[in-house]
Ligand binder design. Structure first.
Ligand code: SF4
Length: 52
């Protein structure tokens, strides 16, 4: 199955994948803070984040 590809702008500049306001991770996983649903963007988190 072919997956969509997109540029991901990010401002978490202490992540290993951050470079010049863009994410350079090979793929990204985003999860809800609790369970599988979110009501606001604050409840949707980047699980691929790795601190430098
Ligand atoms: S992995 Fe997540 S936190 Fe890290 S640069 Fe990419 S989008 Fe930002």
């Amino acid at each position: 199955m072919q997956h969509p590809r997109m540029e991901v702008m990010c401002h978490v500049n202490n992540c290993q994948y951050y470079k010049s306001d863009y994410c350079h991770a090979p793929k990204l996983e985003v999860n809800a803070k609790k369970g599988n649903t979110a009501d606001t963007s604050k409840e949707a988190l980047c699980s691929t984040f790795r601190p430098q």
